[in-house]
Ligand binder design. Structure first.
Ligand code: SF4
Ligand code: SF4
Length: 283
């Protein structure tokens, strides 16, 4: 049996909000009987787009994380609504029943990802439906995916075996749900852009009377005796170490270039860090 899932490439999202707006266009003022009641104009973000800024001027990296319902295979919202107010279809889509879920505000807190929204007017918990009404009508993708101009949003319609192969081959990840079991069907590519830390900087030197950025310097990063990688500075003397674990850590950064004596720096990070310009020995 083939089932649906989202595949979202964080590196391709440019925060244009087309997905958010097309979701509004599809669901605001529109009841889809058996699937959902109308989404309010304001307050709900069934396709939510989160922002994370890393580093500091002038080395700033901004990533956007589109976050719809993950249509979990082990959905806490479904467990919380034991009476069928939430149900999972055979094709993987999780729907909140707009009739049975009336008045069930507690369902909002049942989702560890915070993607269920409370409709005060209708007294109804609501969320992304994967545009199931459209798929059942012959569409091949939800409105958000259709409107994404960069290819950041896509869906798969695949068996569990096919999906497992794609997840493995493309290094797809899911969002951390804390200690709650979820098994979401929303997979991310390049999730490190949102969840990992980075260390960036630039290497410069004085050569005679001239100050120059140093191109082609070898920069290495170590945590104790463990190597975290090597970089070569680019045309602007810049380097970047990414996909670092979040949180506090102490590193040693070594910069080697030509005949110069290697420059070693102790680097302590609490979060992503911009080291600014690092001056190395003059020639
Ligand atoms: Fe339910 Fe939240 Fe999982 Fe969606 S992401 S299925 S709302 S637990
Ligand atoms: Fe990002 Fe695509 Fe949504 Fe635009 S439409 S915000 S690029 S996911």
């Amino acid at each position: 049996m083939k089932k649906y899932c989202f595949v979202i490439d964080v590196a391709k999202c440019e925060n244009c909000n087309n997905c958010f707006l097309s979701c509004k266009d599809e669901h605001c003022g529109n009841d889809w009987p058996g699937y959902s009641q109308a989404q309010p104009l304001h307050g709900h973000r069934w396709m939510n787009i989160l922002t994370r800024e890393r580093g500091a001027f002038p080395f700033v990296d901004v990533a956007y994380l589109p976050k719809p319902c993950g249509h979990c295979d082990d959905a806490p919202c479904l467990r919380a609504a034991a009476d069928g107010a939430v149900h999972k279809r055979a094709d993987g889509i999780v729907l909140i029943d707009p009739v049975k879920a009336k008045g069930r505000k507690t369902l909002v807190g049942a989702c560890p990802y915070g993607v269920i929204w409370w409709n005060e007017t209708l007294q109804l918990p609501q969320k992304c439906t994967f545009c199931a009404h459209l798929l059942d009508g012959g569409w091949h993708q939800p409105r958000c995916v259709q409107s994404c101009p960069t290819g950041a949003l896509s869906i798969l319609h695949a068996t569990d075996e096919e999906l497992a192969g794609i997840v493995q081959a493309e290094g797809l990840e899911v969002l951390d749900s804390g200690s709650t079991a979820t098994r979401p069907r929303c997979y991310y590519k390049n999730l490190y852009r949102f969840t990992g830390d980075c260390i960036v900087g630039s290497v410069a030197a004085t050569v005679g009377d001239i100050t120059e950025c140093v191109i082609g310097a070898n920069v290495s990063l170590h945590e104790g005796s463990k190597s975290l990688g090597e970089r070569v500075t680019d045309e602007f003397g810049d380097f970047k170490f990414d996909r670092l674990p979040t949180g506090v850590a102490d590193y040693e950064l070594t910069i080697a270039h030509g005949d110069r004596q290697a420059t070693r720096l102790k680097v302590s990070k609490k979060e992503s860090l911009s080291l600014g310009t690092i001056w190395i020995e003059e020639l």
